[in-house]
Design a protein around this ligand. Sequence first.
Ligand SMILES: Nc1ncnc2c1ncn2[C@@H]1O[C@H](COP(=O)(O)OP(=O)(O)OP(=O)(O)O)[C@@H](O)[C@H]1O
Length: 312
Amino acid sequence: MTVTVALERVTRRFGPVEAVRDVSFTLPPGEIVALVGHNGAGKTTLMKLMLGLVRPSEGAVRVLGEDPAAGEFAARRRLGFLPESVSFNGALTGRETLAFYARLKGETPARAFALLDRVGLGAAALRRVGTYSKGMRQRLGLAQALLGAPRLLLLDEPTTGLDPALRQGFYEILQELRAGGATVLLSSHALTELEGEAERVLIMNRGRLVANGSLEELRRLARLPVRIRVTGEAQGLDTFAQHLGGIHPSRRVNGHVVEIETEAETKIAVLRRALGEGAAISDVDVLPPTLDELYAHFLRAQERSPSGEERA
Ligand SMILES: Nc1ncnc2c1ncn2[C@@H]1O[C@H](COP(=O)(O)OP(=O)(O)OP(=O)(O)O)[C@@H](O)[C@H]1O
Protein backbone atom coordinates (compact mmCIF):
# COMPACT_ATOMS: atom_id res chain seq x y z
CA MET A 1 0.00 0.00 0.00
CA THR A 2 1.41 3.42 -0.91
CA VAL A 3 1.58 5.78 2.00
CA THR A 4 0.05 9.26 1.88
CA VAL A 5 2.79 10.88 3.94
CA ALA A 6 6.32 9.73 4.74
CA LEU A 7 8.74 11.66 6.93
CA GLU A 8 12.24 10.30 7.25
CA ARG A 9 14.52 11.69 9.93
CA VAL A 10 13.19 15.20 9.50
CA THR A 11 14.70 18.08 11.44
CA ARG A 12 13.62 21.69 11.00
CA ARG A 13 15.50 24.53 12.66
CA PHE A 14 14.50 28.16 12.95
CA GLY A 15 17.77 29.81 13.94
CA PRO A 16 18.77 28.19 17.24
CA VAL A 17 15.33 26.60 17.75
CA GLU A 18 14.88 22.98 16.69
CA ALA A 19 11.13 23.02 16.05
CA VAL A 20 11.21 19.41 14.76
CA ARG A 21 13.98 16.99 15.69
CA ASP A 22 14.75 13.78 13.82
CA VAL A 23 11.12 12.82 13.26
CA SER A 24 10.11 9.80 11.15
CA PHE A 25 6.61 8.40 10.56
CA THR A 26 4.27 7.37 7.77
CA LEU A 27 0.55 7.98 7.36
CA PRO A 28 -1.40 5.45 5.29
CA PRO A 29 -4.56 6.26 3.31
CA GLY A 30 -7.88 6.05 5.13
CA GLU A 31 -6.75 6.87 8.64
CA ILE A 32 -7.60 9.60 11.13
CA VAL A 33 -4.49 10.48 13.08
CA ALA A 34 -4.31 12.76 16.10
CA LEU A 35 -1.24 14.94 16.56
CA VAL A 36 -0.90 16.01 20.17
CA GLY A 37 1.68 17.96 22.15
CA HIS A 38 2.18 21.01 24.34
CA ASN A 39 2.35 24.52 22.91
CA GLY A 40 5.50 24.80 20.83
CA ALA A 41 5.95 21.01 20.53
CA GLY A 42 6.31 21.27 16.74
CA LYS A 43 2.83 20.28 15.51
CA THR A 44 2.23 23.26 13.22
CA THR A 45 5.75 23.00 11.85
CA LEU A 46 5.08 19.35 10.94
CA MET A 47 1.97 20.42 9.04
CA LYS A 48 3.85 23.19 7.27
CA LEU A 49 6.50 20.67 6.23
CA MET A 50 3.77 18.48 4.70
CA LEU A 51 2.28 21.47 2.93
CA GLY A 52 5.66 22.49 1.53
CA LEU A 53 5.44 25.86 3.32
CA VAL A 54 8.75 25.16 5.05
CA ARG A 55 11.62 22.92 3.96
CA PRO A 56 13.31 20.40 6.22
CA SER A 57 16.78 21.38 7.46
CA GLU A 58 17.59 17.65 7.34
CA GLY A 59 15.74 14.54 6.22
CA ALA A 60 13.03 13.99 3.63
CA VAL A 61 9.29 14.66 3.40
CA ARG A 62 7.10 12.91 0.79
CA VAL A 63 3.41 13.65 0.36
CA LEU A 64 1.39 11.60 -2.15
CA GLY A 65 4.73 10.45 -3.54
CA GLU A 66 6.12 13.95 -4.12
CA ASP A 67 8.36 16.46 -2.39
CA PRO A 68 5.92 19.13 -1.17
CA ALA A 69 8.60 21.85 -1.13
CA ALA A 70 9.47 21.29 -4.81
CA GLY A 71 8.32 24.00 -7.24
CA GLU A 72 6.13 21.59 -9.19
CA PHE A 73 4.19 19.95 -6.38
CA ALA A 74 1.29 18.70 -8.47
CA ALA A 75 -0.31 16.96 -5.49
CA ARG A 76 -0.93 20.33 -3.80
CA ARG A 77 -4.49 20.32 -5.16
CA ARG A 78 -5.15 17.08 -3.32
CA LEU A 79 -4.32 18.65 0.04
CA GLY A 80 -6.73 20.43 2.36
CA PHE A 81 -5.53 22.64 5.20
CA LEU A 82 -7.36 24.34 8.02
CA PRO A 83 -4.94 26.67 9.84
CA GLU A 84 -5.12 27.26 13.58
CA SER A 85 -6.60 30.72 13.20
CA VAL A 86 -8.71 31.24 10.12
CA SER A 87 -9.21 34.77 8.91
CA PHE A 88 -11.41 35.65 5.99
CA ASN A 89 -12.34 38.90 4.32
CA GLY A 90 -15.33 40.00 6.42
CA ALA A 91 -16.87 41.97 3.52
CA LEU A 92 -17.42 38.85 1.39
CA THR A 93 -20.32 36.45 1.88
CA GLY A 94 -19.69 32.80 2.78
CA ARG A 95 -20.57 31.86 -0.79
CA GLU A 96 -18.20 34.44 -2.33
CA THR A 97 -15.43 33.33 0.00
CA LEU A 98 -15.79 29.70 -0.96
CA ALA A 99 -16.06 30.57 -4.68
CA PHE A 100 -12.71 32.38 -4.36
CA TYR A 101 -10.97 29.34 -2.83
CA ALA A 102 -12.75 27.00 -5.26
CA ARG A 103 -11.17 28.84 -8.20
CA LEU A 104 -7.73 28.43 -6.62
CA LYS A 105 -8.32 24.68 -6.27
CA GLY A 106 -9.92 24.22 -9.71
CA GLU A 107 -13.19 23.11 -8.08
CA THR A 108 -16.59 23.78 -9.71
CA PRO A 109 -18.73 26.36 -7.84
CA ALA A 110 -21.69 23.94 -7.62
CA ARG A 111 -19.64 21.36 -5.71
CA ALA A 112 -18.10 24.09 -3.57
CA PHE A 113 -21.52 25.45 -2.57
CA ALA A 114 -22.71 21.97 -1.64
CA LEU A 115 -19.93 22.01 0.96
CA LEU A 116 -21.54 25.01 2.64
CA ASP A 117 -24.62 22.88 3.25
CA ARG A 118 -22.41 20.02 4.40
CA VAL A 119 -20.90 22.13 7.17
CA GLY A 120 -24.30 23.59 8.12
CA LEU A 121 -23.76 27.04 6.63
CA GLY A 122 -26.32 26.77 3.80
CA ALA A 123 -28.71 29.23 5.44
CA ALA A 124 -25.93 31.75 6.11
CA ALA A 125 -24.29 31.42 2.67
CA LEU A 126 -25.39 34.88 1.54
CA ARG A 127 -24.43 36.65 4.76
CA ARG A 128 -21.19 38.57 5.08
CA VAL A 129 -18.48 36.59 6.86
CA GLY A 130 -17.92 39.61 9.13
CA THR A 131 -21.26 38.78 10.77
CA TYR A 132 -20.38 35.10 11.38
CA SER A 133 -19.77 33.72 14.86
CA LYS A 134 -16.42 32.07 15.67
CA GLY A 135 -17.90 28.60 15.16
CA MET A 136 -19.34 29.64 11.79
CA ARG A 137 -15.97 30.98 10.62
CA GLN A 138 -14.39 27.73 11.74
CA ARG A 139 -16.93 25.77 9.69
CA LEU A 140 -16.30 27.98 6.67
CA GLY A 141 -12.61 27.15 7.15
CA LEU A 142 -13.46 23.47 7.16
CA ALA A 143 -15.53 23.84 3.96
CA GLN A 144 -12.53 25.58 2.38
CA ALA A 145 -10.25 22.71 3.49
CA LEU A 146 -12.65 20.15 2.00
CA LEU A 147 -12.56 21.72 -1.48
CA GLY A 148 -11.25 19.45 -4.22
CA ALA A 149 -11.91 16.16 -2.36
CA PRO A 150 -8.53 16.13 -0.56
CA ARG A 151 -6.52 12.92 -0.15
CA LEU A 152 -4.74 14.50 2.79
CA LEU A 153 -6.51 16.82 5.18
CA LEU A 154 -4.40 18.74 7.69
CA LEU A 155 -6.41 20.35 10.46
CA ASP A 156 -4.71 22.53 13.05
CA GLU A 157 -6.87 22.72 16.21
CA PRO A 158 -10.05 22.37 14.14
CA THR A 159 -12.67 22.07 16.87
CA THR A 160 -11.77 25.21 18.82
CA GLY A 161 -14.91 27.34 18.98
CA LEU A 162 -17.31 24.53 18.06
CA ASP A 163 -20.10 23.56 20.44
CA PRO A 164 -20.58 19.82 21.22
CA ALA A 165 -23.23 19.30 18.51
CA LEU A 166 -21.07 20.95 15.86
CA ARG A 167 -18.07 18.92 17.01
CA GLN A 168 -20.01 15.75 16.46
CA GLY A 169 -21.08 16.87 12.98
CA PHE A 170 -17.48 17.79 12.26
CA TYR A 171 -16.20 14.33 13.23
CA GLU A 172 -18.93 12.73 11.11
CA ILE A 173 -17.55 14.58 8.08
CA LEU A 174 -14.05 13.36 8.91
CA GLN A 175 -15.23 9.74 9.25
CA GLU A 176 -16.87 9.98 5.81
CA LEU A 177 -13.66 11.29 4.28
CA ARG A 178 -11.67 8.55 5.95
CA ALA A 179 -14.07 5.92 4.62
CA GLY A 180 -13.40 7.35 1.15
CA GLY A 181 -9.66 6.73 1.63
CA ALA A 182 -8.53 10.19 2.72
CA THR A 183 -5.91 10.62 5.41
CA VAL A 184 -6.80 13.12 8.12
CA LEU A 185 -4.20 14.54 10.49
CA LEU A 186 -5.61 16.75 13.20
CA SER A 187 -3.79 18.51 15.97
CA SER A 188 -5.65 19.19 19.16
CA HIS A 189 -5.34 19.83 22.86
CA ALA A 190 -8.79 18.33 23.46
CA LEU A 191 -7.51 14.81 24.07
CA THR A 192 -10.72 13.35 25.47
CA GLU A 193 -12.72 14.13 22.34
CA LEU A 194 -10.07 12.48 20.14
CA GLU A 195 -10.32 9.13 21.92
CA GLY A 196 -13.26 7.80 19.96
CA GLU A 197 -12.26 9.43 16.68
CA ALA A 198 -8.59 8.88 15.92
CA GLU A 199 -7.20 5.48 14.96
CA ARG A 200 -3.71 6.57 15.79
CA VAL A 201 -1.98 9.11 17.96
CA LEU A 202 1.33 10.88 17.39
CA ILE A 203 2.67 12.51 20.56
CA MET A 204 5.20 15.31 20.13
CA ASN A 205 7.32 16.82 22.88
CA ARG A 206 9.82 19.62 22.29
CA GLY A 207 10.22 18.77 18.61
CA ARG A 208 10.54 15.03 19.11
CA LEU A 209 8.07 12.30 18.30
CA VAL A 210 7.76 10.47 21.62
CA ALA A 211 4.98 8.00 20.76
CA ASN A 212 3.24 6.72 17.65
CA GLY A 213 0.51 4.10 17.76
CA SER A 214 -3.15 3.24 18.22
CA LEU A 215 -4.63 3.87 21.65
CA GLU A 216 -4.49 0.13 22.36
CA GLU A 217 -0.82 -0.01 21.36
CA LEU A 218 0.01 3.00 23.48
CA ARG A 219 -1.85 1.46 26.42
CA ARG A 220 0.11 -1.75 26.02
CA LEU A 221 3.40 0.14 25.84
CA ALA A 222 2.66 2.44 28.75
CA ARG A 223 1.50 -0.38 31.05
CA LEU A 224 -0.52 2.06 33.10
CA PRO A 225 -2.96 0.56 35.60
CA VAL A 226 -6.58 -0.06 34.68
CA ARG A 227 -9.13 1.31 37.16
CA ILE A 228 -12.06 -0.85 38.17
CA ARG A 229 -14.90 1.06 39.76
CA VAL A 230 -17.18 -1.07 41.89
CA THR A 231 -20.54 0.14 43.19
CA GLY A 232 -22.40 -1.63 45.97
CA GLU A 233 -23.46 -1.72 49.61
CA ALA A 234 -20.94 -0.13 51.94
CA GLN A 235 -20.42 -3.34 53.91
CA GLY A 236 -20.03 -5.45 50.76
CA LEU A 237 -17.44 -3.05 49.45
CA ASP A 238 -15.45 -3.31 52.70
CA THR A 239 -15.36 -7.11 52.44
CA PHE A 240 -14.39 -6.86 48.82
CA ALA A 241 -11.53 -4.43 49.53
CA GLN A 242 -10.34 -6.72 52.36
CA HIS A 243 -10.35 -9.72 50.03
CA LEU A 244 -8.08 -7.88 47.65
CA GLY A 245 -5.81 -7.20 50.62
CA GLY A 246 -2.81 -5.08 49.83
CA ILE A 247 -2.43 -6.60 46.37
CA HIS A 248 -4.27 -3.88 44.48
CA PRO A 249 -4.42 -0.27 45.66
CA SER A 250 -8.01 0.77 46.28
CA ARG A 251 -9.63 4.11 46.95
CA ARG A 252 -13.07 4.80 48.40
CA VAL A 253 -14.71 7.30 46.02
CA ASN A 254 -17.81 7.62 48.23
CA GLY A 255 -19.94 5.42 50.52
CA HIS A 256 -21.06 3.21 47.66
CA VAL A 257 -18.16 3.28 45.24
CA VAL A 258 -14.64 1.91 45.51
CA GLU A 259 -11.97 2.18 42.82
CA ILE A 260 -9.27 -0.48 42.43
CA GLU A 261 -6.11 -0.10 40.41
CA THR A 262 -4.87 -3.22 38.70
CA GLU A 263 -2.51 -4.32 35.94
CA ALA A 264 -4.15 -5.18 32.63
CA GLU A 265 -3.20 -8.87 33.16
CA THR A 266 -4.93 -9.15 36.55
CA LYS A 267 -8.03 -7.21 35.52
CA ILE A 268 -10.12 -10.33 34.87
CA ALA A 269 -9.18 -11.85 38.24
CA VAL A 270 -10.32 -8.68 40.04
CA LEU A 271 -13.55 -8.64 38.05
CA ARG A 272 -14.22 -12.29 38.92
CA ARG A 273 -13.69 -11.49 42.54
CA ALA A 274 -16.09 -8.54 42.30
CA LEU A 275 -18.76 -10.68 40.67
CA GLY A 276 -18.17 -13.34 43.33
CA GLU A 277 -19.34 -10.86 45.97
CA GLY A 278 -22.89 -11.47 44.68
CA ALA A 279 -25.70 -9.12 45.63
CA ALA A 280 -23.40 -6.80 47.60
CA ILE A 281 -22.06 -5.46 44.30
CA SER A 282 -24.54 -3.70 42.00
CA ASP A 283 -22.30 -2.34 39.23
CA VAL A 284 -18.77 -2.61 37.84
CA ASP A 285 -17.04 -0.24 35.39
CA VAL A 286 -13.64 -0.84 33.81
CA LEU A 287 -11.79 2.40 33.07
CA PRO A 288 -8.73 1.96 30.85
CA PRO A 289 -6.05 4.70 30.90
CA THR A 290 -7.31 7.80 29.09
CA LEU A 291 -5.44 9.59 26.33
CA ASP A 292 -4.71 12.36 28.85
CA GLU A 293 -2.98 9.82 31.13
CA LEU A 294 -1.09 8.21 28.25
CA TYR A 295 0.02 11.62 27.04
CA ALA A 296 1.35 12.52 30.49
CA HIS A 297 3.08 9.13 30.73
CA PHE A 298 4.93 9.44 27.41
CA LEU A 299 6.01 13.00 28.16
CA ARG A 300 7.38 11.90 31.55
CA ALA A 301 9.13 8.95 29.90
CA GLN A 302 10.84 11.24 27.42
CA GLU A 303 11.85 13.74 30.07
CA ARG A 304 13.58 10.86 31.90
CA SER A 305 15.36 9.70 28.74
CA PRO A 306 15.44 12.62 26.29
CA SER A 307 16.73 10.51 23.40
CA GLY A 308 14.18 7.76 23.99
CA GLU A 309 11.22 7.33 21.71
CA GLU A 310 8.69 4.63 22.41
CA ARG A 311 7.12 3.14 19.32
CA ALA A 312 4.21 0.81 19.01
N1 LIG B 1 8.92 30.81 11.62
C1 LIG B 1 9.46 30.56 12.80
N2 LIG B 1 10.53 31.27 13.24
C2 LIG B 1 11.09 31.02 14.44
N3 LIG B 1 10.66 30.06 15.29
C3 LIG B 1 9.61 29.33 14.91
C4 LIG B 1 8.94 29.54 13.65
N4 LIG B 1 7.92 28.64 13.55
C5 LIG B 1 7.94 27.92 14.69
N5 LIG B 1 8.94 28.32 15.50
C6 LIG B 1 9.28 27.74 16.82
O1 LIG B 1 9.29 26.34 16.70
C7 LIG B 1 8.72 25.72 17.84
C8 LIG B 1 7.56 24.83 17.42
O2 LIG B 1 6.48 25.65 16.99
P1 LIG B 1 5.10 25.08 16.41
O3 LIG B 1 4.28 26.26 15.99
O4 LIG B 1 5.40 24.04 15.40
O5 LIG B 1 4.48 24.40 17.71
P2 LIG B 1 3.01 23.84 17.98
O6 LIG B 1 3.18 22.48 18.55
O7 LIG B 1 2.18 23.97 16.76
O8 LIG B 1 2.48 24.84 19.10
P3 LIG B 1 0.96 25.34 19.43
O9 LIG B 1 0.26 24.21 20.10
O10 LIG B 1 1.24 26.49 20.37
O11 LIG B 1 0.33 25.78 18.15
C9 LIG B 1 8.34 26.85 18.78
O12 LIG B 1 9.40 27.01 19.70
C10 LIG B 1 8.21 28.05 17.86
O13 LIG B 1 8.49 29.24 18.56
